[in-house]
Write a protein of this length. Structure first.
Length: 64
């Protein structure tokens, strides 16, 4: 896997993960606590972690 494909995968995964995590934390807060607030720290952290980890695992799988 070349660097261009790796960066393109990261650029696609990070925003998708950020939006999904924000929606999930909003719904959790709404259902569990009755106040609809988004945990932006968790959404951002999860997006960065998965944005790096998922392309790396895909690169290792393609290498085999």
């Amino acid at each position: 896997m070349n660097m261009k494909k790796f960066l393109l995968d990261m650029a696609m995964i990070i925003p998708i993960t950020f939006v999904v995590a924000a929606i999930v934390t909003y719904l959790y807060s709404l259902i569990a606590h009755g106040s609809g607030s988004v945990n932006w720290d968790t959404a951002f952290t999860l997006a960065i972690i998965l944005g790096i980890a998922l392309p790396l695992t895909r690169a290792r799988a393609d290498k085999r």
